[in-house]
Design a protein around this ligand. Structure first.
Ligand SMILES: Nc1ncnc2c1ncn2[C@@H]1O[C@H](COP(=O)(O)OP(=O)(O)OP(=O)(O)O)[C@@H](O)[C@H]1O
Length: 233
């Protein structure tokens, strides 16, 4: 276990009308590799905003984020895009699949973007779909898949290039218990590999027992940091 992510003094404000609202109030936290870290808290507490900043897709108003030793907001826009492509996999609440590509092609997108030959990339995408138990759906288009199947394609796409940091927003919400477990097994395997880290935002009490560490947010602050679920969940 070693420090993978360092978050220091993160403040985020959004403009609303003529004013600005502050949704993150100066967050300091480290995340270790070798652990599954969960981020929990009520709707609106700032979880998605924080993981988006950690994943390099939303600029903070103030503060620093270091991902495996790189201060990501010191990078130029182009460098950040490249760093994100190579190092970070993000599983969004919306699946954001490309409607004209098959499931296997969607899963292969990060590899193709990194320059891998298309046929080899699609083979790897298909192999990951098999591990997620939807290998038989690999040649279908997203609109021919159920919500849970689309979610697993999105998960395959986030993992296919073996990013060192995987950030997930409700990865199991649309899945039945068995599919959810498969996804979690895969994410745990990633987290336990050396020099890789996984952060999961979740309300899914079926998977709480799998967390190594649980961070709780309230009103834009981290108010608990421990192994146990806070009361009320
Ligand atoms: N682009 C935006 N403009 C203005 N306010 C925003 C914007 N994005 C988020 N917010 C506000 O920031 C706060 C935190 O939102 P966030 O989505 O991070 O919460 P969350 O904890 O992930 O909630 P949920 O569990 O419902 O997804 C909310 O009050 C939300 O309304």
């Amino acid at each position: 276990m070693s420090e993978a992510i360092r978050v220091e003094g993160i403040v985020k404000e959004f403009p609303v009308g003529d004013t600005r609202i502050r949704v993150l109030h100066g967050i300091d936290v480290d995340v270790n590799s070798g652990e599954l870290t969960y981020l929990v808290g009520e709707s609106g507490s700032g979880k998605t905003t924080l993981i988006s900043i950690i994943a390099g897709i939303l600029y903070p108003t103030a503060g620093r984020v270091s991902v495996f030793g790189t201060d990501i907001y010191d990078l130029s826009d182009n460098q950040l895009v490249r760093f994100r492509l190579q190092t970070i996999g993000f599983i969004f609440q919306q699946y954001n699949l490309i409607p004209t590509l098959t499931a296997a092609e969607n899963a292969a997108v990060p590899l193709v973007a990194a320059g891998m030959r298309r046929a080899e990339a699609v083979d790897r995408g298909r192999a990951l779909l098999e591990r997620l138990n939807i290998g038989d759906q690999a040649e279908k288009l997203p609109r021919q898949l159920s919500g849970g199947q689309q979610q697993r394609v999105a998960i395959a796409r986030a993992l296919v290039h073996e990013p060192r940091l995987v950030v997930c927003d409700e990865p199991t919400a649309a899945l039945d218990a068995k599919s959810g477990r498969r996804v979690m097994d895969l994410l745990r395997e990633v987290a336990l590999a050396s020099e890789r880290a996984v952060i999961i935002v979740t309300h899914d009490n079926r998977i709480f027992d799998l967390a190594d560490r649980i961070l709780q947010m309230e009103d834009g602050r981290i108010t608990r940091d421990g192994k146990q679920m806070p009361e009320g969940h």
